[in-house]
Design a protein around this ligand. Structure first.
Ligand SMILES: [Zn+2]
Length: 167
């Protein structure tokens, strides 16, 4: 999969859509006129973010670097990068919402439905997810979420999506 496709795919998931159903059909990246327009809109919105936010978007999405690589170069802890990234994406999404609605017919005003992203102690939860024992199942994390944060999830699906796309 090309990096361009990955970027589009992340964006779609961020908006709450399933990329498998949506992405390639609706977002023909061979349509260069439409792509140019989108690139311009993203660049303009990106310019309105602060330097830290701009940097994480550029390194992660445009240069395809991992949190580990960015962390090493910037001397920032990974979970802090994750929350910076999340904040930057949210701002970008907000700034681009009109463009996305006008050009792709996707409304984004129904903000992220993810119960973790919407939780007041999201940063704490992200840290728990990040530091979890990866040799085990999600069960211990699910239990902490239920007992400590009153987030009841029936399956780890939302957690997996959150870790992959929202953190
Ligand atoms: Zn989330």
């Amino acid at each position: 999969m090309s990096k361009k496709k990955v970027v589009y795919q992340n964006w779609i998931v961020e908006l709450g859509f399933d990329p498998a159903k949506f992405c390639y059909k609706e977002f023909d990246i061979t349509d260069s006129e439409k792509t140019d327009k989108a690139v311009k809109a993203v660049r303009e919105s990106l310019d309105k973010l602060n330097d830290d936010e701009k940097e994480i978007i550029i390194h992660y999405h445009f240069m395809g670097q991992s949190y580990a690589e960015i962390s090493e170069k910037s001397n920032r802890e990974i979970f802090k990068l994750a929350s910076l990234h999340n904040r930057a994406l949210k701002k970008l999404k907000k700034k681009l919402s009109k463009f996305v609605e006008n050009n792709y017919g996707i409304k984004s005003d129904s903000d992220i439905v993810c119960p973790i992203c919407n939780h007041g102690r999201k940063t704490e939860i992200n840290e728990i997810i990040f530091r979890r024992d990866r040799t085990k199942t999600w069960k211990p994390v699910l239990n902490i979420l239920k007992d400590k944060y009153s987030i009841i999830l029936k399956s780890p699906q939302i957690l997996i999506g959150h870790e992959k796309y929202h953190m």
